[in-house]
Design a protein around this ligand. Structure first.
Ligand code: FNR
Length: 380
């Protein structure tokens, strides 16, 4: 599974110098957002880009990354061919990077999740399928072939639908269950509220639901969905239900408190994603990276710690890994690539991110991500 992602850099220079070809999209991933604005409708841009409330949590996510600085080390004999591959909960990956679960991807491009899963498969990066996707488990499985994939559950109030989703995901080859906990209801999102825009209400993003046996024959499927989507009554005591119906690792997504991380371990969970949903849920929340060191310290080796929210560059990946994440999930940049150039755009984003990660690792004196630790960084 070892690949030399840093070679992408040289490949771009060669194409430029020998053939006069330059990349179609910018290699500066932090700048993709402004380009995506041109490609997305105002409604789609409003759904994908802005965050909850005043946007302060999303800003905190970026500020947290800015507070940590990499301390490059010299003369450490960095391997010529670095190996970024790793394994998380039985899933092999070409680099410690995964595609975050994101719903309604047809807002960005008509091919939606099918383009994203194909791009992820191409790069050897696992894809996480959202319950709120615009394509079903089965469609995504067919597009993804043998590639690694996980399933993200929005736990519906209807238990039959919940169990059916778990069975369909398992049958379609999704190996790890990710349960998102920070969306007991939708965050207060002014960009969508001001337009009165919620894609689900015209049926977009309901593919898993509308293809489910428990949705057949109901009078009004959208109303049926609206009645079961939010499940604010869930507690830690409900977790054994998932164990009963899911034979495989379970990861809780949306943890930002060390106490909740400990509870996850106490309840026998296999992993957590330290995440604030990219700032789309609680406004005024802490930056996700600010939560990571204490959580990594609190749980040690008791479960696998993953991270997302605010990752934009290879250096960001280095920082999250150094502070205790085993792998990171990337969110919006994937959708920007999708919006700008479909599957090729997602591949571009992943290739640049992994290339930049590889180069940053080498320049900092590391041959593999496993060598990173708190000593790799200094706080500003
Ligand atoms: C999301 N996210 C998300 N998370 C989840 O568990 N299920 C979902 O269906 C969605 N849907 C979704 C849609 C869109 C448009 C976005 C931007 C995000 C959150 C996602 O998994 C991840 O936590 C954040 O996107 C990470 O932050 P960044 O990388 O976008 O800053």
């Amino acid at each position: 599974m070892s690949r030399n992602f840093g070679d992408h850099q040289f490949g771009i220079y060669l194409a430029g110098m020998l053939e006069g070809r330059t990349p179609k999209l910018t290699t500066d991933l932090a700048r993709l957002e402004e380009r995506a604005r041109e490609a997305l409708s105002p409604e789609a841009f409003g759904y994908v880009v802005p965050s909850a409330g005043s946007g302060s949590t999303a800003r905190a996510n970026r500020e947290a990354f800015e507070r940590w600085r990499i301390v490059p080390r010299m003369l450490r004999g960095v391997a010529r061919q670095r190996d970024l591959s790793c394994e998380v909960l039985g899933t092999g990956m070409a680099a410690p990077v995964m595609v975050a679960p994101m719903g309604v991807q047809t807002l960005a491009h008509p091919d939606g999740e099918l383009a994203t899963v194909r791009a992820a498969a191409e790069l050897g990066v696992p894809y996480i399928h959202s319950t709120a996707a615009a394509h079903s488990f089965e469609q995504v499985a067919e597009a993804g072939g043998d590639a690694e994939r996980w399933y993200q559950l929005y736990w519906p109030t209807d238990q039959d639908v919940c169990v059916s989703f778990l069975h369909r995901a398992k049958a379609a080859g999704f190996s790890v269950l990710v349960v998102t906990l920070d969306t007991a209801l939708l965050g207060w999102r002014p960009a969508d509220l001001d337009r009165g825009f919620l894609p689900f209400l015209n049926g977009t993003g309901l593919a898993n639901y509308l293809t489910d046996p428990h949705f057949q024959g109901v009078d009004n499927p959208i109303l049926h969905w609206a009645q079961m989507f939010a499940n604010p009554g869930l507690t830690w005591e409900d977790l054994p239900f998932l164990r009963e119906h899911w034979d495989g690792p379970i990861v809780l997504k949306g943890i930002v408190s060390a106490e909740d991380a400990r509870l996850a371990a106490d309840h026998g969970m296999d992993g957590i994603v330290v995440s604030n949903h990219g700032g789309r849920q609680v406004d005024g929340g802490l930056g996700a990276l600010d939560a990571l060191p204490a959580i990594a310290e609190a749980v040690g080796d008791r479960l696998q710690v993953l991270f997302d929210s605010g990752v934009r560059t290879g250096a960001d990946v280095v920082k999250a890994l150094a502070l205790g994440a085993r792998a990171v999930l990337v969110g919006r940049p994937i959708l920007y690539g999708l919006a700008l150039d479909g599957q090729a755009g997602v591949e571009h984003v992943l290739r640049c991110l992994l290339g930049e990660l590889d180069v940053t690792l080498a320049l900092s004196g590391y041959s593999s991500p496993a060598e990173l630790g708190p000593g790799s960084l200094l706080a500003r």
